[in-house]
Design a protein around this ligand. Structure first.
Ligand code: NAP
Length: 209
């Protein structure tokens, strides 16, 4: 596919670009200050900031190009109608790591058997939003409004524990992302399945697995 990658020089973007290229995609990197000119491309991918992502996704859809977004900390729902009206896809996932999606699935399953849970999410100190999109999505999945603890420290990449407490027992479900390459498989999967999705907004890698 011919792709635009918003945020190609960011921490995720700079790892993602060579992986997309090795998979056979042609990638045009778009950085802050560049014109978001994506006309005629097959899809856009965005890993930028919560401030930039809505405008990038809108620019992409207005130019007739479907969009895959990994940026967290923004609400994509207002763009559903724009995408749907034009027969385009807006795919947004709070976590593109397949292991993290499985961690969320297992947590949803465990929630039925424990009265209480808390979530601890740990990320690099550069992460701008807290709690993380993955933690918020996990909280919604398991229900009961669990407390979310956010840790931001150097040395961390992206990690999450869901701790369930019951009478005389604890269950911890944990996922660790140790390198940003872990997000690439999910992005490749989303690009591969983009045309199979219904027009409009789809949220979460779970929908593709
Ligand atoms: P980052 O290192 O700060 O990278 C963001 C990049 O976007 C920077 O190169 C930044 O440029 C650029 N940028 C800012 N505004 C832009 C605009 N208007 N147009 C194009 N590029 C723009 O952040 P990151 O760690 O790569 O993370 C990016 C986003 O992805 C964050 O929201 C993070 O939470 C999210 N994320 C999601 C997943 C997932 O699986 N869904 C995984 C990891 C991260 P400047 O440096 O010049 O400002």
């Amino acid at each position: 596919m011919r792709l635009a990658l918003f945020g190609a020089e960011g921490k995720v973007g700079s790892v993602l670009k060579p992986v997309l290229e090795r998979a056979g995609h042609e990638v045009k990197g778009i950085e802050i200050g560049d014109e978001p000119d994506v006309l005629g491309l097959d899809a856009c991918v965005d890993f930028t900031t919560p401030e930039a992502a809505p405008a990038n996704a809108r620019a992409s859809l207005e130019q007739g190009v479907s969009c895959v977004v990994g940026t967290t900390g923004w609400d994509p729902r207002p763009l559903h109608a724009l995408a749907a009206d034009r027969g385009l896809r807006l795919f947004v996932a709070p976590n593109f790591s397949i292991g993290a999606v499985l961690m969320m699935r297992f947590a949803r399953e465990a929630a039925a058997f424990f009265p209480r849970a808390e979530i601890v999410e740990l990320h690099s100190e550069a992460k701008k939003d807290a709690p993380s999109g993955t933690a918020k999505a996990t909280a919604e999945l398991i229900g009961g409004d669990p407390v979310i603890h956010s840790v931001r420290l150097p040395g961390l990449v992206a990690h999450q524990e869901v701790i369930f407490g019951g009478e005389g027992q604890l269950l911890t479900i944990r996922h660790d992302t140790t390198a940003r390459e872990s997000f690439a498989d999910g992005v490749l999967l989303a690009l591969d399945k983009l045309d199979d999705l219904p027009p409009g907004l789809t949220i979460g890698l779970d929908a593709l697995l």
